[in-house]
Design a protein around this ligand. Sequence first.
Ligand code: GTP
Ligand code: ZN
Length: 292
Amino acid sequence: MKGKIIKAHRGIYYVDIGDHIILCKARGLFREMELKPVVGDDVDIRISEEDGSGYIEKIYSRKNTLLRPVVSNVDQALIVMSLKNPAINLFLLDCFLLMCEKSRVDVLICINKSDLILQEKKKTLLGYYAASGYSIIFTSTVTGENSEILLDYLKGKTTVFSGPSGVGKSSLLNLLTKGKWQSKVGNISEKTKRGKHTTRHVELYKENANTFFLDTPGFSSLDLRFFESPYEIKELYPEFIQREKFCRFNDCNHLREPGCKIKENVARGLISEERYRNYELIFQEVQSNQRY
Ligand SMILES: Nc1nc2c(ncn2[C@@H]2O[C@H](COP(=O)(O)OP(=O)(O)OP(=O)(O)O)[C@@H](O)[C@H]2O)c(=O)[nH]1
Ligand SMILES: [Zn+2]
């Protein structure tokens, strides 16, 4: 029987087989192969005739695996941020984009709470990412702005919702699922003392047969230790890749090398200076992680 792992908890895998969910264990064989099933995996399962429990027999090869959180077969990440309440953290957004690029997961940037933002601020943000080619959608769960367009982007895909706490991810998921999300969330979350929901497990929400949403806990920083070397980072900037062949040195890191086209583009305003500064900071952080 074929299915999809939608949740994993304490060695039990919740496998969606279409009309219902079967709780499964992984075969010992996977451990020997050092292969661990993850949420998002398409699997074959078998129901044991002796005890009626399910066993994962086969994990189909993965299209990709997102690094944080670990989820496979992700079609896209929706990075939700707000410009106001809370203010946007572009460094964090850039780190997140790099993580998605490294995981080979497509990205859509969603700026929520659009009702609180002046047009000017939106233009500044669009300028920051213009050269990179990332798509940005402005939404508001208060006015419903662009919710239909966003839904079109999500149809038929598996989308991971990520973003800092308080940007309106839950509100957005409720709007998109016409309230079905909230009742679902009630089952898997617990209220903390401050009365806030906290997502405890990584769990795929099935909107329909081929549309899945995955909420992730709000993050305030991203551990960059998934990078093996600082020299791989530059390859994950779309606006660098298009231009780096014109740098004088073909192993140019776009830092202090002479004849660097990237720095020239920054000076000419064709690549955002702030985004370039964040590249320098990320490079340094990964370099110092490597040393210690
Ligand atoms: N003005 C405005 N407020 C919004 C919008 N979307 C959400 N909010 C408010 O922002 C606050 C946070 O919304 P949540 O949906 O809980 O945010 P979240 O990202 O899920 O937060 P965590 O659960 O902490 O990760 C709430 O008070 C919402 O009412 C919006 O589009 N505009
Ligand atoms: Zn260069």
